[in-house]
Design a binder for this molecule. Structure first.
Ligand code: WQD
Length: 338
């Protein structure tokens, strides 16, 4: 199949591109490089030995996206072209609503015009909101979010469900990611946040490589075994494999289907710090600070549905997640920028 990856040069998109190519699919990438860079395309080609067709475009630019559909016989679209910084979304909500919703609508309209019927969406565990009990399972209702980023994911799920209801030929697979970390085993692609990292693992990696002095752990008075928050961290290569399964599933099924992509096992912030130190031999200077607004004490996935329906299960353990993060960060201390 030929798969269009909107936002395919980003962290999750680039790893998915590699696994799609390695599974024999063709990949077309549309990305404005606002949170990535063209070097990613070279690295994907280097790892796979295969060619990628890349378009530099804002996915809200309908004329350009129409051109991509006209020039390529696309079978399936995966939408990764979202803004994702939780804190920034509180400061600049309109930017988040405009970007995340407009990109989704543009892709859906262009797919409709081109007769493309398979859509896989980068959703998030954040849509379970604050009300649901853990572990999260796909049959739960979406909850209410503490920030506009999360609301855009809820709204995009609603939009996609509505579009699928109106067009019985349309297939929509909603993939709810838990906490993706790690990098490709080669260390040639990985997570490259601009500015100060918002997320835990890239922050730890930058402390390890000497770009930051120390990690501040946001709160150690949570009702968890060691007082720090617990999350379901998943290796980005397992997540990428989940997308390959989702694309293949979409080709065989109609309607909307939701899948959690997590491991089902939570780790605390302190456990992550210690696992990183053990896997790499690098000490991570850390101190405890105040809680971060909006953080839930703990959540993890019930991952049974993806195992049953997609035949997918996370295979890589926490040691691999830490080791591969470090291989990427130590080999590319400044990320893709030389
Ligand atoms: C994990 C844990 C922090 C940084 C968010 C979004 C989610 C998804 C991923 C984005 C928490 C703690 C972190 C630091 C710390 N979306 N932490 N010091 O908050 O679970 O999920 O990012 O793309 O939708 O909500 O992930 O990595 O930010 O935090 O102590 O410097 O690490 O408090 O407990 P989170 P995270």
């Amino acid at each position: 199949m030929t798969v269009l990856l909107a936002g395919g040069a980003g962290y999750i998109g680039s790893h998915t591109a590699v696994q799609l190519l390695m599974s024999g699919h063709d990949v077309v990438i549309a990305d404005d490089y606002s949170n990535s860079c063209p070097e990613v395309i070279n690295r994907i080609e280097e790892i796979t030995g295969k060619q990628v067709r890349a378009y530099e475009t804002d996915v809200k630019d309908k004329v350009k996206v129409q051109q991509i559909f006209a020039e390529n016989k696309i079978d399936c679209v995966i939408h990764f072209a979202g803004l994702k910084a939780v804190g920034e979304s509180v400061q600049q909500p309109l930017k988040y609503y405009r970007n995340n919703i407009d990109t989704t609508l543009t892709l859906l309209e262009c797919m409709q015009e081109a007769g493309v019927k398979q859509f896989v969406f980068s959703s998030s565990a954040t849509v379970y909101g604050e009300e649901n009990a853990i572990p999260y399972i796909e049959t739960m209702k979406r909850g209410s979010c503490s920030n506009p980023y999360g609301w855009t994911k809820v709204m995009m799920e609603e939009i996609l469900e509505g579009a699928a209801k109106a067009d019985p030929e349309l297939t929509v697979v909603l993939l709810r990611y838990f906490n993706p970390i790690g990098a490709h085993e080669s260390g040639r692609i990985g997570e490259d946040p601009q500015g100060i990292p918002n997320n835990l693992m890239p922050y730890i990696a930058q402390v390890a490589v000497g770009r930051r002095d120390h990690l501040t752990i946001f709160g150690n008075d949570y009702p968890t075994p060691d007082g720090t928050c617990r999350r379901d961290y998943i290796h980005v290569m397992d997540l990428a494999d989940g997308h390959v399964k989702a694309v293949e599933y979409a080709a065989q099924h109609k309607g909307v289907e939701v899948f959690n992509l997590g491991t089902g096992t939570p780790y605390s912030v302190l456990e992550i710090v210690h696992a990183f130190e053990n896997a790499t031999g690098v000490a991570i200077k850390h101190e405890f600070g105040a809680r971060r607004a909006g953080d839930l004490p703990e959540f993890w996935a019930n991952a049974d549905k993806a195992a049953k329906a997609l035949g997918w299960k996370a295979e890589r353990d926490l040691t691999a997640m830490c080791r591969d993060t470090w291989r990427w960060q130590s080999g590319n201390p400044e990320g893709y920028r030389k």
